[in-house]
Design a protein around this ligand. Structure first.
Ligand code: SAM
Length: 295
């Protein structure tokens, strides 16, 4: 199943792309949002699509070659933290920038990199297998106190101490190499009632590991700050977050810039998907969208 773009109508309403427009989609994935923007900036517009995942970018490029938007969308395999250099290289002063944080449905369903606790795969969890260290190293080599802190701070996991303890015990016998083994170890550490809840008992551990493996929170902060630097006066930036820590960073960075007087918040509030969208796309349920406009 391809990734369904979240809050698409709302993104288009605020970015308001017109023929000839210049935009950056900082998290391209399969190009759900990017293609909808491309449709509106044709003819004559340009959109840089940044995607950190080499595999996803390759898939997009293959599709883009035979697409009617091939002269409009410029796919770039890089991290959005380098957005200033990427825009300069392509001589672009964007009038709109979109960040749609987190991961693609493809990561869970097809990457084979251990993002899902419902599959048995090697524990990698990197968006870009050429950057950073895989989850397997973190789980087997990090100090237990550090792992506990990661689960608590990045996953808000209430059983972080117990889970870190179980990891310590298990890895002493044999390294934890796969998602299935990690789920088993987590299951041995948490109480029965925790396993009967709607949210899977491994959700928070998996989220915390993924966020740290990919340096996600530091990237979000750097990415939106750098994007504000290159946005054209009057241009808009949209950030869609899927977890509280990300949303908090966006809120704080925007607040700081409102104080400085270089942006305004045209939406005034956080935008959430409609009930219809939430019903139709489960992933959209946790989405929170914020909009900034450069002065
Ligand atoms: C939620 S998906 C974007 C979906 C896309 N907007 C769509 O609707 O088709 C987020 C994407 O951002 C990518 N990503 C994560 N961190 C990144 C980074 N630092 N730089 C660029 N892309 C990143 C992920 O690999 C993933 O494909």
């Amino acid at each position: 199943m391809t990734h369904q773009p979240v809050l698409l109508n709302e993104v288009l309403e605020y970015l308001d792309p017109k023929p000839g427009g210049q935009f950056i989609d900082a998290t391209l994935d399969g190009g759900g949002h990017a293609t909808a923007i491309a449709e509106r900036i044709a003819p004559g517009g340009r959109l840089i699509g940044i995607e950190w995942d080499t595999e996803l970018l390759k898939q997009f490029e293959a599709k883009n070659k035979s697409s009617k938007f091939k002269d409009i969308i410029i796919p770039v395999n890089d991290s959005y933290v380098n957005i200033v250099e990427i825009a300069a290289k392509h001589d672009m002063k964007p009038e709109g920038i979109l960040f749609d944080f987190g991961l693609s449905s493809w990561h869970y369903e097809q990457s084979g990199r251990g993002f899902s606790f419902n599959k048995d795969e090697p524990l990698d969890m990197r968006f870009n297998p050429f950057a950073g260290i895989p989850a397997v190293k973190m789980i087997n080599l990090y100090e237990i106190a550090e792992l506990e802190q990661i689960l608590r701070d990045y996953g808000d996991e209430q059983f972080s101490r117990q889970i870190a303890g179980a990891i310590s015990e298990a890895r002493r016998k044999q390294p934890i190499m796969t998602t299935a083994r990690l789920v088993e170890v987590i299951g041995s550490a948490v109480p029965e009632w925790y396993k009967r809840r709607k949210i899977h008992f491994a959700t928070k551990t998996f989220q915390a590991l993924r966020v740290v493996v990919n340096n996600e929170l530091a990237n979000v902060k750097k990415g939106i700050e750098k994007a504000l630097e290159i946005l054209k006066p009057g241009g808009k930036m949209i950030a869609i977050s899927f977890q509280g820590h990300e949303d908090k960073i966006v809120r704080e960075v925007f607040k700081e810039h409102v104080k400085k007087g270089d942006i305004i918040l045209p939406a005034h509030r956080t935008i959430r998907p409609s009930w219809d969208e939430q019903k139709q796309n489960r992933r959209s349920r946790s989405a929170k969208m914020k909009v900034a406009q450069k002065i």
